[in-house]
Design a protein around this ligand. Structure first.
Ligand code: GCW
Length: 834
């Protein structure tokens, strides 16, 4: 039996290799870490290596920090150092290829000496090389005799959206590991552990606080705290930056304005910068979200975005290599939908028009991968084709905000691939997005990647063990954006769960399918993730919420047609923001890739796709197929029982079966909604036809009452039941209207905030199920305080024998504002999904 694991070590568990394999490795006699200080990443590397060798091979190996005058590398010794520190004699006759900043060279001597050389271009590189050595070892992969590796881009950073009060915007894995109660946490143990994880996948920077920043970040106590965070992460080669709140001069500094051209404001920020560098001498710089979603910014004072960015850039310049990461996420969120020319997707190019040449040379524009907002599918942001002189940082999300919030499985590299490999054909020349981000396309010295990461203080980091592959993969992709999605998840799986072929194959297959499955049951053909954007939780289905508001994530669905017309000819002109060759493709619905059809075109539901299906039939089919595939996930996961530890097995099993249930809620909501909208029935007669369900509202109720659900499509037949009050229990009964036999019995109910109702399910005298509505605790995030597509959920009891005349009874005990709401019960014979 595998010992229970809580996920804290993630992919750095260093599980022991089987004894006979461990024996086949050399017995290492010493680690030489050529470093001068305890805080040097080379010193960290030495200790990490010592720890890894002990855990993986059971070898206790001592560390020294010099070669003791020896020229040659002693046998069975592992030497770690930088290019400058490693003596040439130790390298011997080998030639170390040119390494880029942070690169490394790894060499396991095949001359019978069993010596290993790990040489970094810098200290960080030496640490990365050490992790590479350890991760090969942990997977029992041979260490190469000469292997050099350098990053695609110097900027490989993460952005935390952590608030000073300890909450995390879009956090689904617990509370902040950085802040609590307005201050930096005293105990930064988890921060060090996080830096270790980051370093192991070669991430070298982090902005620790939310882009929706607060002026109190710059309170003296927090300046000291930021210094402590930086000190904690530095031994791992991770530098920190901060996100600033634009109106700090007024709100904390007491100045009458925060106008970036005001001399007092300028000196205020200069002063702040001096102080920050006192605490964080190697600070990365400033991340700025301004004039975005209600945040103040230069435009508030009648200045340009460049005026704002340059003010910060000039403040940073005297202190080193600090940069301004100026976010391109600037748009009007009060956009008028009645004007068909309005388009949020146009905003970035419009707002940044003409600024490319006027930014200071330490300003970088940080651009989300798509023009809107981390949707399940988007084209690349057109702004990526407009930056020639000012370099960019390409922003991804490891956080699954619009991708199931870590309660649904979605392995993201296949999505990232659609962006990274997209050829924008700038000036008619090959212009892959990854070559733009790496700086190669336009010869930028500094550019790269940032990803929003929502690690929290839960031991799983992200609230889900399987979601961690995204964090691991993000690092791998920054280093090498042409990495293979499958082999990345295989490596991660071997490291995180072990190398048994069933483990590796199962997790790889589920992961590789997961994004496409999620896309199938959420939003197809480029219509975006059809979730609720008004209640801001961005989670469950609510297609109507996309329109009728100023946020601009519109679908423009009416009774006849759907999609945004972004053509130049008749629409918003967004297609024309791309270079001509790409614009031509997007301008025409016939040449637009079909998975982006509705992103660029407003077409009738009856528009015929290449498959011969209409758009509406494609919606129906994709949703049925996607949800059907999601049903297979929990069953396939079962193959891992006993092969991995029970703790992580169960934790994941719960999530996959929750997802299977929620995928049906997605399916039914979307199909019901569009059927109601256009009136075109499903060719296969599935939509609205639920033969195996007993609607709660059709049962005999006592202490329960019937209520309509809003939006209507979040309940089967639009209605559900709740108890009469929050003090009395309710019962709902009926004679099972299906023939005797074996069934899986599924109960659909709403588990929202405000209470933890108890449910009991009886069949005759038999208690079939007894559970509480505590998803918010179990899945670690708030869905909604309402009965809707976020809170709708399903629980299933398998293999229940039903006899003729059996009476089904649900007993609901309300709690707080949660009135034990029930939607329906499904009786599912083998192979039926309903
Ligand atoms: O996707 C949206 C999120 C906001 C976020 C914003 C941004 C931090 O819903 O929570 O704010 O993007 O990227 O600034």
């Amino acid at each position: 039996m595998a010992a229970p694991e809580d996920g804290l070590e993630a992919w750095l568990r260093y599980a022991p290799l089987p004894a006979e394999i461990a024996k086949s490795y050399p017995r290492y006699l010493g680690i030489v870490a050529l470093c001068e200080s305890e805080t040097s990443p080379v010193c960290t590397a030495g200790k990490e290596l010592q720890d890894g060798l002990k855990k993986i091979l059971g070898q206790q190996v001592d560390i020294t920090n010099t070669l003791n005058g020896a020229d040659e590398l002693p046998a069975s010794t592992i030497l770690i150092g930088t290019l400058n520190a490693v003596p040439w004699a130790a390298v011997g006759k080998q030639v170390i290829p040119t390494l880029k900043e942070d690169g490394f060279w790894l060499s396991a001597r095949n001359d019978g000496t069993a010596a290993v050389l790990i040489v970094g271009q810098n200290e960080r590189g030496a640490l990365y090389g050490t992790f590479e050595f350890l991760m090969l070892l942990a997977q029992n992969k041979p260490c190469p005799t000469s292997y050099a590796s350098s990053p695609s881009a110097p900027i490989r950073w993460v952005n935390q959206w952590d608030n000073l009060d300890g909450t995390i915007e879009r956090g689904y894995g617990g509370r902040s590991i950085f802040f609590n109660d307005g201050e930096v946490l005293k105990d930064l143990t988890r921060v060090a552990q996080y830096a270790r994880l980051m370093a192991s996948v070669r991430l070298n920077g982090i902005v620790v606080n939310n882009v929706n920043s607060h002026c109190n970040l710059l309170h003296p106590i927090n300046l000291r705290g930021l210094g402590r965070i930086a000190d904690t992460m530095r031994p791992w080669g991770v530098r920190i930056g901060v996100a600033l709140y634009f109106d700090t001069p007024q709100e904390l500094g007491g100045l009458p304005t925060s106008d970036p051209l005001d001399s007092e404001v300028v000196s205020y920020w200069n002063g702040v910068t001096v102080q920050l560098y006192q605490h964080v001498p190697d600070m990365l710089g400033y991340l700025i979200k301004a004039n975005s979603e209600g945040q103040p910014g230069p435009l508030t004072y009648g200045r340009t975005l460049a005026d704002g960015a340059n003010m910060f850039a000039k403040a940073l310049k005297p202190h080193g290599d600090g940069i301004v990461m100026y976010r391109a996420f600037v748009y009007n969120h009060h956009l008028d939908e009645s004007d068909w020319k309005n388009d949020r997707a146009n905003a970035a190019v419009e707002f940044f028009d003409g600024l490319d040449d006027v930014f200071e040379d330490n300003v970088l524009v940080q651009i989300k991968y798509g023009p809107i907002d981390f949707q399940v599918r988007e084209p690349p942001s057109p702004l990526l084709a407009h930056q020639r002189r000012t370099p960019i940082i390409l922003e991804f999300q490891v956080c699954q905000e619009y991708l199931g919030q870590q309660s649904h499985l979605a392995y993201l590299p296949p999505l990232w691939r659609t962006i990274l490999d997209f050829d924008l054909r700038i000036d008619g020349k090959p212009s892959l997005v990854r070559d733009i981000a790496s700086g190669n396309r336009f010869g930028w010295k500094r550019s790269g990647y940032a990803a929003v990461v929502n690690v929290g203080n839960d031991t799983t980091w992200l609230g889900s063990h399987l979601a961690m592959s995204n964090l691991y993969a993000y690092g791998r992709y920054c280093w090498d954006p042409s990495s293979n999605e499958t082999s990345v998840v295989q490596d991660w799986t071997r490291l995180s769960f072990g190398g048994h072929p069933t483990i590796v194959n199962t997790i790889t297959e589920l992961s590789m399918e997961s994004w496409s499955v999620y896309e199938s049951y959420t939003g197809n053909l480029g219509i975006q993730t059809l979730c609720d954007i008004v209640k801001t939780c961005h989670y469950g289905p609510s297609p109507a919420a996309m329109d009728g508001n100023g946020w601009g994530q519109w679908t423009r669905a009416d009774a006849h047609a759907i999609g945004m017309d972004r053509t130049v000819a008749t629409g918003t002109g967004n297609a024309g923001q791309y270079p001509p060759e790409v614009a031509t493709v997007f301008e025409n619905p016939r040449t637009t890739p079909e998975d982006l059809l509705l992103w660029f075109h407003h077409v009738p539901y009856t528009y015929q796709l290449k498959s011969g299906k209409t758009v509406i039939q494609h919606f129906y089919d994709a949703h049925y197929e996607g949800a059907q595939r999601a049903q297979t996930f929990p069953a396939r996961w079962k193959a891992l029982r006993g092969l991995i530890d029970d703790k992580r097995f169960e934790h994941t099993a719960i999530r996959l079966s929750y997802q299977a249930g929620h995928s049906l809620i997605w399916r039914d909501s979307i199909c019901t909604f569009y059927y109601a909208k256009c009136g075109i029935p499903d060719k296969h007669n599935r939509v609205g036809n639920h033969q195996w369900r007993v609607e709660a509202e059709d049962m005999v109720l006592s202490g329960y009452k019937i209520i309509p659900i809003t939006p209507f499509e979040s309940a089967s037949k639009g209605k559900a039941i709740i108890t009469d009050s929050n003090r009395t229990r309710g019962t709902a009964k009926c004679v099972v209207p299906f023939p005797p036999g074996k069934y899986n019995i599924a109960v659909n109910y709403y588990d929202h905030l405000g209470g933890k109702s108890r449910y009991q399910l009886f069949l005759g005298e038999r208690l079939i199920g007894d559970w509480t509505g505590d998803l918010e605790e179990c899945l670690l995030h708030d869905f909604s305080d309402l009965r809707d597509g976020h809170s709708a959920t399903r629980i299933t009891f398998n293999d229940i024998q039903v006899e003729r005349g059996d009476v089904l009874m649900i007993v609901g005990t309300p709690d707080g504002t949660e009135l034990a709401p029930v939607d329906y019960v499904s009786f599912l014979p083998e192979g039926i999904i309903d």
